[in-house]
Design a protein around this ligand. Sequence first.
Ligand code: AHR
Ligand code: AHR
Length: 480
Amino acid sequence: AAPCDIYASGGTPCVAAHALTRALYDNYDGALYQVTRNSDGSTMDIYPLEAGGVANAASQDDFCASTTCVISLLYDQSGNNNVLSRAPPGAFDGPYTNGYDDLASAIGAPVTLNGQKAYGIFSSPGTGYRNDQTTNIPTGGDPQGIYAIMDANHFNDNCCFDYGNAETSNTNTGNGHMEAVYLGNCSIWGTGTGEGPWFMGDLENGLFSEQYLAENTDNPTQTEPFVTGMVKGMTDQWAIRGGNAQSGGLTTYWNGAFDPNGYNPMSKEGAIVLGIGGDNSNGAQGTFYEGVMTSGYPSDDTENQVQANIVAAGYASVDLNTAPLTVGSTITIRATTPGYDTRYFSHNGTKIVTEVTTTANSTAEQQTAEWVVRDGLGFSGCYSFESVDQPGNFIRHYGFELYLESGNEKQFFEDATFCSLTGLQGQNTNSIRSWSYPTRFFRHYADVGYIATEGGVQFFDATGNYNYDTSFVVSDGFLS
Ligand code: AHR
Ligand code: AHR
């Protein structure tokens, strides 16, 4: 049986069931999610390959070929139509038009399930999904369960990479107005042990690891690329459980009372958030593959069966590079836009620019356009580009503009990590995307280097020439 069949047998049915990767009921054959093409705004629904099956990733790949796509809707498999869409502004504005949040790239989190390709949501800071008008989601102190599959290698310490129950007003309405599962290493409130990330309960005005806002030494740092996190609550009792989504069972990290200061009974409002806090705090990052909310407090036994089903689904990582580069090689990165195709990615001081460069230039000038491919500083499955003439300095983005800098912080490492894809202009080119912002690709715009989202809100996100401006000829050595 699939997760929601298991919850139903346990008397705690799914009232929201969101998955990019697969059907969460044995007999579900409806749409899983919707993608939107940035180039023309057209949309397509992605279905499972068969009832109860894995998503049809090939249909997305066909639809999004030679362009960029975002995930615009997560459908609800539970029959309650609790669809998640682009989150609106709340106490905090998102980065998109009118304060809305960004949508996730459709290709940021490729995986396989028992060998079949699928995609998750790789949520960058500023990205968020929400539904404020739900059906049958628990409210007040009504019992609720949640599970979500996330990636413990993609997180940060900002508020709040959440999935679960939140305010219908997009604002903080007080203690106990949320009950969501959180993954990250935010240490403003409670923590687990070690450096994090930890699964915690976002119960509003606090990420709780146990009864009070304190360190819970029974709540471990999560380390695996696929992790199952569970939060459940009812009057007088709540729990956090978690485990490796690829093997083994669940461990209970917390099982006990709520903080009595406004959290018992809960005052849940029944909105659903993904990737953000209840007040639309949107600085967090994380990955989501599938998750559900139940009506009723699931038993540990029911949850253990769900975990066994998750393990049997066979989640596995895949190479994020569709056009891999050779680590240790020295490359040049040449623009392909007509009229600009003698320009190479280069640096002028700390700014990344494109410069017309030929073998007639001095060695020093040529070396400003040469890069050594390194293992990605922030994620070793992608790459970082080290300057040949300024060793120890790497291409990184900041404010979505590219710079040549050095650094030793997690933020720098992630800003300096890029994945290499088959170019949007075709086989002989590469498009190089930001690891941390998968909608954003290396782009030259007015001869300056950026990471740009096709049709985004910045001037360098302009749709005109997007494919050309983001497709480069990557060659070993200079001018080869
Ligand atoms: O509880 C942690 C966060 O605090 C909530 O997600 C948000 O609404 C508030 O800022
Ligand atoms: O480039 C986007 C973001 O801008 C970077 O991730 C961060 O370092 C800066 O705030």
